[in-house]
Each structure stands twice: as C-alpha cells, then as structure tokens.
Design a protein around this ligand. Structure first.
Ligand code: AOF
Ligand code: ZN
Length: 349
C-alpha cells in the first residue's frame, strides 16, 4: 500500500475533480500491473492496472488507495471490473465519500465473494487524497498556506517588492507545489508590490501552471502587470468588481461579498469549489495569510525557513508562530531543500 500511495502522487493535482488514485495488482509478491487515475481524471486507476496485468490478475491481490467506484459512468464500475478480472482479494486505504460509492464498492466486491480489507495505510493515503476529501465533504478547495520566513522571523520588507528569502532548491520546490495545486492566490497588495507571474516555471511543467487568483476588492490591478499581460496564456481570476483597467486582457472576474472592505473568504471558497477548484496555494502576503488563518480556512501550512536573516527595518513579521507548530496544527513532515528547510503542518482533526 505504501508503494501505491507513492504511485498515486504521480498525478496529484492533475486529475480535475477526480482524486489521483493508484491501483497495484500483486501476484506471488510481484507487482504485475499498476495504474494511476489518468491526467484529466479518466480512465480510473483500476482498468489501467488490470489491463497491464492481463491474465495474471486472476487470483491476484489488488491494492487501492481509494475504494473502487460502484457507479456506472462512461465505463462500468471499477468494483465490477475487479470482479470480472478474477482478483482474489482487494485491499483499500480510504472509503470513497462520493455518495455514489460510499462503501457500495466494497459491498459489490464482498457480495461477489471477493474478500476486502479496508483502512490499510489510511492516514498516509488520506494525506494524498486531502484535497479531494475536503472538496467532497465541504464543497470548498483544500487551502495550503505557503510561507517563506527569514532566520529572524520575517517574510518580506515593506515597499521592497520581492525579497529573496529562500534559495534556488526551495524555489523549485515551491514551483512544484504550484503545479500540484489547482489555483494560487495572493492579495492585490502583493500583486502590486511584487509584480509576480505566479506561474510554474519548472522545465517541462510550464503547462501545469495553476489558475492565478487575486483578491482585489478595490480594483487596484492594472493592465501593465505581468499577471494581466499573461492572462491569455495562464488564466487570471480576479475576486472583486469588474475592473475596466483589465479590459481586453482575458481576465475573469468573480463577484464577491465584502465584509468591512475585505472579500468574504468562505463565500469565495464556496464559489471556487463549485467551479471544480479543489486546491489553493495561498502565497501572500501577510494580511491575506492572517485573514485565512483567522477564518480557520487553512488546511495545511508549508513553512520554508531560511538560515539567512534579512534587514529588520520595515520588515513584515511571519503571520504564524515560529517556535513550535502553529496553534491548531501538527508537524507532519520536514524536508531540507538546499540550505532551507520546509516544515509541513497539517490541521489537527
Ligand atoms: C475509482 N478509481 O481511479 C478514481 C475514482 O466521473 P467519474 O465517472 O470519473 O467518477 C468520478 C468519481 O470516481 C469520483 O468522485 C470518485 O468517487 C471516483 N474516483 N474511483 O474507482 C479511480 N479516480
Ligand atoms: Zn472507478
């Protein structure tokens, strides 16, 4: 199952509103077939793995990171495909909360006489399926807050635009995070101060740039910004009123409710979820991060810590505490990226 969970990461973020699921077919201790939900969401993992296994699937064990589907789409239910292929046993990690499935896949297998073992590797598999599970349960995207913090606890310097905090390895990793998310979000202040592109610029993954979202309740953006100038190649969604300064750029606007001059975030997230956006990377700045945190809308925090200090005058403090896990979160992973360290915090259940 651990191998299946790792394999499922291959298409994480690239299967539309479908989860990226992996299926391994194992016979006599050897993997004879493997499948991962195809880019775009179909075919599902199981028919791909079974096709690779061929006749060897008969009498084999299937390991699935998610319960197989039980509904008829364009293809028969995966539970039925497993039965027809003659697998002897099915092991699954997570129950599929989709109301069309929700234990019906397991029930189909059992009633055909195929033994099922559930919940194996549950916690690790849930981490990989987190965006899908939050989107299914709450109808809103999974929100990851990304922060890059200097050794002296700052995330930038007021009025200085982009300040380099982390090094090239961490930067490449953060671009990979962008590619794995459906959308990336910043406030208009960050957009104006930094003039960022917010695309994924890793060689070969440029086409995986997420939708860029800017919170702009007071129509401060203009057509000369890199975000606007690239909107015809990489979608730009502005949360706020229609802004004539962006006419002709291809920018799309989402009407939003305002609360004390700020965008109402829960409603915005509901709207984004309804559009099929399952995951959002919040990248700045401090005020936007603080709003998401105070509204309890942050599901995970990716904290990049640099060993370098930045000049303190005018510096902006990190919106989360740096001694120990932020309140309400637990440390679930640490990575070293060049000289920088990334700590990943998941929200407590
Ligand atoms: C599986 N294997 O690899 C995946 C599953 O629109 P459809 O027909 O593709 O169905 C989408 C649902 O299929 C999705 O909500 C989830 O319940 C399930 N995803 N199931 O058996 C897979 N990706
Ligand atoms: Zn299926």
């Amino acid at each position: 199952m651990a191998a299946a969970i790792r394999f499922a990461q291959r298409h994480e973020g690239w299967t539309a509103t479908n989860p990226s699921v992996a299926c391994l077919i194992v016979k006599d201790g050897v993997i004879v077939g493997r499948g991962v939900t195809a880019i775009g969401g179909r075919p599902h993992a199981e028919p791909l793995a079974l096709a690779e296994a061929g006749e060897a699937a008969r009498g084999a064990t299937a390991y699935l990171t998610l319960e197989p589907c039980a509904h008829h789409g364009r293809t028969p239910p995966c539970a039925q495909t497993l039965i027809s292929a003659g697998v002897a046993q099915v092991v699954t990690a997570v129950v599929d909360p989709d109301p069309r499935v929700d234990e019906k896949g397991h029930a189909m297998l059992r009633s055909a006489g195929v033994p099922v073992e559930r919940g194996i590797g549950n916690e690790a598999a849930r981490a990989g399926l987190a965006a899908y599970l939050v989107h299914k349960r709450l109808g809103r995207p999974f929100v990851t807050l990304k922060l890059a913090v200097s050794a002296n606890g700052f995330i930038g310097i007021e009025g200085q635009g982009q300040v380099a905090i982390t090094g090239p390895v961490a930067k490449a990793q953060s671009h990979l995070m962008r590619a794995r998310h459906h959308a990336i979000l910043v406030g208009s202040r960050t957009a104006l101060a930094d003039n960022p592109e917010l695309t994924c610029r890793l060689p070969g993954l440029e086409h995986r740039s997420p939708v860029r979202i800017v919170l702009d309740p007071h129509s401060r953006l203009n057509g000369a910004m890199k975000l606007a100038m690239s909107a015809s190649q990489t979608p730009l969604l502005v949360a706020g009123p229609v802004n004539p300064a962006l006419t002709g750029t291809g920018t799309e606007f989402i009407a939003c409710d305002l609360q004390d001059g700020h965008i109402a975030l829960p409603e915005l997230l509901d709207d984004l979820g309804a559009r099929g956006i399952m995951s959002i990377l919040v990248e700045g700045g401090a005020a936007v991060a603080a709003s998401f945190l105070s509204e309890n809308l942050v599901d995970a925090i990716a904290l990049f810590r640099s060993p370098k200090a930045i000049p303190a005058p005018g510096a902006v403090a990190s919106p989360v505490s740096l001694d120990g896990p932020p309140n309400g979160y637990r440390l679930t992973g640490i990575w070293q990226f060049g000289e920088d360290r990334m700590e990943y915090f998941a929200r407590n259940a």
